[in-house]
Design a protein around this ligand. Structure first.
Ligand SMILES: C[S@@+](CC[C@H](N)C(=O)[O-])C[C@H]1O[C@@H](n2cnc3c(N)ncnc32)[C@H](O)[C@@H]1O
Length: 395
């Protein structure tokens, strides 16, 4: 395990353990993960397993994901009884999970170290379908009848591509008494997503007769796409979800099993270098009279800033070949080229943006609003809704 001098190793271990302590303090409300991190902050032997992580990856969530992955693989182990993702929500015992989890981690040291040394964590939160559904309805509000090809850049396992096959519920805030929820997608779906629609934007859209467009093709592009039929790869994505947060793992599993029978096309490649080919592949679905909707959700942010304008450049070029092209983005402020994020007034770290081209002509890019990074709420103003709908009559 030692990679450097004993003094340097001690200093690295101190840093790692400080991070475990900080995680425990920040997420004190998570019964399992906070308890484990409190112990890891003072257990040298168990915490030192994280020192094999690749540069920049030695974060508590990687240790936790690696152990979660092994527990999911060994559901009969004593450690597994502490994980709601294995035994079910509300079924974990009272008491201290650390002795079982520590014993399990050290007994599986080689497998744990292998995962930590070779993997990174990533969040595939299916509830992001809440902001994707609202954004997709807004993107198509002026061209509601065109068949849509959905192309997601940085799609991972492509779970967001199934958005219109999920039951997506946008609920009115408590202050709007008497306003029922708006449901987009398939109300009978086994995949249930929900979030608060702070300004009732979806309600206003529905008043205008706008819902989700008809999606006829789905393509995902990712450097390392995950095949939903690959049990090991999918288990790692599941392991990256925090088992303490109710509903996340269950929703992930439901989406996986729904899409497993009707998988979308996933292409391995870079979102700049391989974008023209992916755009052509997706556009072939509905043909030149269709609407190509490109989605980036917490993906463009991983691209070096200097390359982000290249994405826009390729989209602009592709817009000449289709009736309508839109780019729906959900990324941190300042990430998406051409989107001017207001200095104030946007809550949260996820900005919803929309670029549109109609008959090859670019419309003014719009900040739609902001949202919770996992879709717990969306905040889109009614003026934005009106202007996307009104656009219908101007072309
Ligand atoms: C945090 S995941 C987001 C997954 C999904 N978009 C979501 O919101 O749930 C980011 C994904 O972007 C992919 N990615 C990062 N850089 C990329 C690039 N240059 N080209 C294609 N995909 C990339 C990663 O492989 C990873 O699967």
């Amino acid at each position: 395990m030692s990679t450097d001098s004993p003094v340097a190793d001690r200093a690295r271990l101190d840093r790692v353990q400080r991070r475990f302590g900080e995680f425990a303090a920040e997420y004190a409300a998570l019964p399992l993960y906070a308890a484990l991190c409190r112990e890891l902050a003072r257990d040298d032997e168990a915490a030192a397993l994280l020192l094999v992580a690749r540069p920049g990856q030695a974060r508590p969530v990687l240790w936790l994901a690696a152990v979660h992955d092994l527990v999911l693989k060994n559901p009969g182990s004593p450690a597994a009884q502490w994980f709601p993702s294995v035994v079910g929500p509300g079924m974990t015992p009272d008491g201290d999970p650390w002795p079982d989890v520590r014993q399990f981690a050290l007994a599986h040291r080689d497998e744990l170290v292998e995962r930590i040394a070779t993997h990174g964590t990533q969040t595939n939160e299916v509830n992001r379908a809440v902001y994707v559904a609202l954004g997709l309805a807004l993107a198509a509000a002026d061209v509601p009848d065109l068949p849509v090809a959905l192309l997601e850049l940085g799609a991972s396992a492509g779970l967001l591509l199934g958005v219109e096959r999920y039951a997506v519920e946008l609920t009115a805030p408590e202050a709007r008494e008497g306003e029922g929820p708006v449901r987009l997608g398939d109300p009978g779906s086994s995949v249930r997503c929900s979030g608060v629609d702070r300004r009732c934007a979806a309600h206003r859209l529905v008043d205008h007769g706008v819902g989700l467009p008809h999606v006829v093709a789905r393509v995902g592009l990712d450097l390392e796409p995950v095949d939903v039929a690959d049990d090991d790869a999918v288990r790692w994505l599941e392991a990256c979800l925090w088992p303490d947060v109710p509903g996340r793992v269950e929703r992930f599993r439901a989406a996986r099993s729904l899409l497993r029978d009707d998988a979308q096309t996933l292409v391995a490649g870079d979102m700049v270098d391989d974008l023209p080919a992916a755009l052509a592949l997706a556009a072939a679905g509905p043909g030149p009279d269709g609407h190509l909707v490109v989605l980036t959700s917490w993906a463009l942010t991983y691209l070096e800033p200097a390359r982000r304008a290249d994405v826009l450049h390729h989209l602009r070029a592709a817009a000449a070949d289709v009736r309508a092209l839109s780019w729906l983005s959900a990324e941190p402020p300042g990430c998406v080229p051409g989107l001017v994020t207001p200095a104030e007034g946007l809550e949260g770290n996820t900005v919803l943006g929309l670029h549109r081209w109609r008959d090859g002509r670019a419309l003014e890019p719009m900040v739609l609003g902001s949202c919770h990074p996992h879709g717990a709420w969306v905040d889109v103003s009614l003026e934005v809704v009106e202007s996307t709908v009104l656009q219908r009559y101007s072309h």
